[in-house]
Write a protein that binds this ligand. Structure first.
Ligand SMILES: [Zn+2]
Length: 315
């Protein structure tokens, strides 16, 4: 079963919000766009593994989790995909890079091909191994021991090659996504002892889901930007142009001619993503570029948000 499905992470939504709301002339913009593209590419790789390559086993007795972020010791650790069953756990580190991977067997350095030149990068097999180690410690701290944890680096990009020697100690821990089911079959054959009963699996499932803490990155802080650099106004849901103009209950885009009565909701979400998780009537007016407190009140009310305070003090 898919215990935690693949959904677009909030951090990627935040990047989409900041990209449409800082001008092209902002010096941080190229870096932000690059970081966004990398995150999006990574997510699309994980999505293809979850929704396509693991789909055939999604109805079997595996609990499959996408993107778990758990706290242990002093820090969070993050697992791209976890497969859990009564016999074993399997941690997947998924990369969707359009570069060839070269694994060295002596120092276990990893190189990727950048325009014909090899550049060193983090070894994704060791990243997977580290997450597996941390998961073991986390389970131990939660009084669950004894389940073997395997780890794999999965290359989800069909255009990139993996170059690894036959006698590399870690060659088993690498595969392309199309070979993933075969790997799971192999692990199935190796682990025959039932270590977790249904009750224990349910308990771990509940613990994983309640312990998962999504990343809540503050992009203004990360890129050293101030609130003032964020463009206000309602953006067009069709082409991201802003601001849309308002007339008689309808927002209109001057660029793609789209018309919408509800475009303001995405703009309020942008405010939550970038500026503050709470909003007042006057902040909403400033961000939506509207003058009427009544209209701002009507819009915010229509979104069914949680609120505290009354009248002027309402948040
Ligand atoms: Zn538009």
């Amino acid at each position: 079963m898919i215990a935690k499905p693949c959904v677009l992470p909030k951090s990627i939504e935040k990047y989409q919000a900041i990209i449409r709301r800082i001008p092209e002339t902002n010096l941080s913009k190229p870096e932000i766009v690059t970081d966004y593209n990398n995150r999006l590419t990574g997510f699309l790789g994980e999505e293809s593994v979850m929704n396509f390559h693991l789909e055939p086993i999604s109805d079997l007795n595996y609990q499959i989790y996408h993107d778990l972020r758990l706290y242990h010791g002093k820090y969070y650790f993050q697992i791209d995909i976890l497969i859990l069953c009564a016999y074993f756990a399997l941690v997947l580190e998924v990369k969707n890079w359009s570069r060839d991977w070269h694994f060295d067997k002596v120092l276990h350095q990893t190189m990727v091909d950048v325009n014909g030149k090899l550049e060193r990068t983090k070894n994704p097999i060791f990243q997977a191994r580290l997450q597996a180690f941390k998961l073991r410690e986390w389970l131990k701290a939660n009084k669950m021991t004894g389940i073997p944890i395997q780890f794999l680096f999965v290359n989800s990009n069909e255009k990139s090659n993996i170059i690894i020697q036959e006698d590399n100690k870690y060659k088993w821990n690498v595969c392309n996504s199309e070979y993933l089911l075969e790997k799971i079959d192999q692990i199935d054959k190796d682990y025959k002892i039932e270590l977790l009963d249904e009750k224990e699996l349910r308990k771990i499932n509940k613990l994983l889901l309640t312990s998962h803490t999504p990343e809540n990155v503050d992009l203004l802080e990360k890129y050293n930007l101030s609130h003032k650099e964020i463009l206000t106004g309602v953006h067009c849901p069709g082409c991201n142009h802003l601001p849309m103009t308002y007339n008689a209950g309808t927002w209109r885009c001057s660029k793609c001619r789209m018309e919408s009565k509800t475009a303001f909701t995405d703009t309020i979400q942008d405010y939550f993503h970038l500026i503050n998780p709470t909003i007042t009537n006057s902040e909403a007016r400033r961000f939506l570029q509207i003058k009427s407190p009544k209209m701002a009140h009507y819009y915010l009310n229509s979104m069914n948000l949680n609120s505290t305070g009354t009248f002027k003090n309402k948040i």
